[in-house]
Design a protein around this ligand. Sequence first.
Ligand code: GTP
Ligand code: MG
Length: 346
Amino acid sequence: MFIDRAKIKVKAGDGGNGVTAFRREKFVPRGGPSGGDGGVGGDVWIEASEGLNTLLHLRYNPEHKAGRGRHGEGSNRFGKDGADAVVQVPVGTQVFDAETEELLFDFTEAGQRFLAAKGGKGGWGNSHFATPTRRAPRFHYTGRPGGEKELQLELKLIADVGLVGFPNAGKSTLISVISAAKPKIADYPFTTLEPNLGVVDLGEYKTFVVADIPGLIEGASEGAGLGDRFLRHVERTKLILHLVDVSSISGRDSVSDYEIINRELANYNQDLAMRPQIVVATKIDALDEPERLERLREAAENDGKPFLQISAVTNLGTKDLVNLVALKLAEIKKTEIDLSEEIDVE
Ligand SMILES: Nc1nc2c(ncn2[C@@H]2O[C@H](COP(=O)(O)OP(=O)(O)OP(=O)(O)O)[C@@H](O)[C@H]2O)c(=O)[nH]1
Ligand SMILES: [Mg+2]
């Protein structure tokens, strides 16, 4: 499970001040009090939105303020209320008080709203304070300050797609090309030491989340290399992209690489071997022995797995890959819905 975190500061609007004023009318020597109330400060709301997948947008924009209430005026005119501010978050976001760490709200559905900071009340103008014995009160209340809080937002991100392959297969390079993630890339094994997440933007608010994990080697399922520490991240994904370097720089055999990784997945958890998988031949730009590619294609086809070839460096095939992933994910989602409907019927 990856956790996306963002700390934000919310500040509701202060209430406007009331005012002290008196009526001045022709022929009325001493008019009564006429000071209006201050407006109410705006609230800060947090709202769950369907279109968001991460908290990234808040990391660059951590302060959210609502408008202040305007001050009251003479002739019993009330100050205008301050405008509310709305912070959008993805479904699945949990809101904690940053100071006490208390869980304040858990967003489970799009459209839910949580009042994060309440606007200050407006102060009363002096006309509120007139009594038969105190006809000309010369005081008013000031507005109350708006609520203010630091909030810790946390989102458990579940990757839809897991990238697996030997070290150096080009996993991090691929995620850097199809998403905004900028992981470290280098021509030595085990460059990636911790999983990276990337959000792939398909346009129109459609996205999917890809996890790039450290390279796997033979024995990974028993803890070799960085091994099983990260395979659990793949366990929750719906689709596996299995990247295999087919260039001869790798110095290894593409088909045996492919078989070793599949064996490690199965050893770790038999379910992973059954998980939908797309086989992706990488570094096609550096392909100098085409039979490496053809043998891998055959192996994938024999296993009934879709096969694609890409070069993340020249961008060849990456768009097709993203489209195929989107299509497969939609198919998987549809099967899940059909299955749950069948269960409902029983
Ligand atoms: N020619 C060529 N080189 C590539 C391509 N994709 C990645 N590389 C190179 O391959 C090397 C390894 O790439 P990474 O993306 O770091 O590989 P990785 O699979 O994330 O490796 P680990 O994190 O160690 O598991 C780097 O030198 C990349 O520049 C490609 O499409 N063509
Ligand atoms: Mg990497």
